[in-house]
Design a binder for this molecule. Structure first.
Ligand code: ZN
Length: 280
């Protein structure tokens, strides 16, 4: 991958829950790792609340094991912070922890939720990252960890919410070549993808008990969730990949630039997303 400031670009994805990073940016992470770039996933909460029968420290410990397994799939560093799932507040303590985390990793690209997401943990994670962005460069804030000379590029993960403004992608990435890696990571989150999420959707009775069948079931479900994203953003795909290829792309991830980070110039876009056709 082309170097940024003398090294291959590195990416940090900051999600609210164990599995958010994989769902929304697992494909980009796989492409980064294929290019030899480092990736760090962060779950700001500990995942202690998202299950129909188990909760608390026992579930949080289970979630840490699942995130560790998911991280091993691609060699991604997976950090799980200790804020309680379902009760994340945008405190100064949490903001300082996010500032220190980003400074220590020094990523060129940071991805997080949009501020108008439905889930309070997602919204507060977004707020924490957005509030951290400028302060990353202010030495007197969280002063034990040296400030960054420059903010990273910050981008939002995709969602379907329309108000107050719909998600508008700045970058779309074809992830079909790396879909198996994404599914390998998602399958590590067993207590979520085979328990809690289907239970929450009222579909628990559809989950096969056989492990091989579970994998196919996960694939079918995930592709069903993913396919509408490409249809919704077909114009952006054609703009990035050209008419002929753009019409055929089926599965994408999409990211919207956050105005608080370093602007995504065409040159930076080519460096941070070298697997896209060159722009301009
Ligand atoms: Zn989440």
């Amino acid at each position: 991958m082309a170097k940024v400031g003398g090294r291959a670009p590195r990416m940090m994805v900051i999600g609210a829950h164990p599995d958010d990073c994989e769902y929304k940016a697992g494909g980009l992470a796989a492409l980064y790792r294929q290019s030899g770039s480092d990736v760090c996933f962060v779950s700001v909460t500990d995942g202690r609340s998202g299950h129909q029968t188990r909760y608390g420290p026992q579930l949080a410990a289970e979630r840490r094991e699942e995130t560790a397994a998911s991280g091993r799939v691609l060699g991604v560093e997976y950090r799980v912070l200790s804020y309680p799932d379902g009760a994340l507040q945008p405190t100064l303590e949490a903001r300082d922890e996010i500032i220190r985390l980003i400074r220590q990793y020094d990523p060129n690209l940071v991805l997080t939720h949009r501020p108008n997401d439905y889930h309070p943990d997602h919204r507060n994670t977004s707020l924490l990252v957005c509030d951290a962005s400028y302060l990353l460069t202010v030495p007197a804030v969280a002063s034990q960890t040296p400030a960054l000379a420059r903010m990273p590029v910050i981008m939002y993960l995709s969602d379907d919410f329309q108000r107050p403004s719909p998600f508008s992608p700045s970058v779309v990435v074809d992830i079909e070549p790396v879909l198996d890696s994404v599914l390998d990571m998602l399958a590590c989150h067993r207590s979520q993808v085979f328990d809690w999420l289907p239970f929450n959707r009222g579909e628990l009775d559809q989950v096969p008990s056989n492990r091989d069948q579970q994998r196919q079931w996960l694939r079918d479900w995930f592709l069903g969730v993913l396919a509408p994203l490409a249809d919704r953003h077909r114009e952006a795909i054609i703009l990035a990949y050209g008419e002929e290829i753009g019409r055929q792309i089926r599965y994408i991830e999409a990211f919207e630039t956050c105005e608080y980070g370093t602007p995504l110039t065409p040159e930076l876009r080519n460096r941070l997303f070298p697997f896209l056709p060159d722009e301009g």
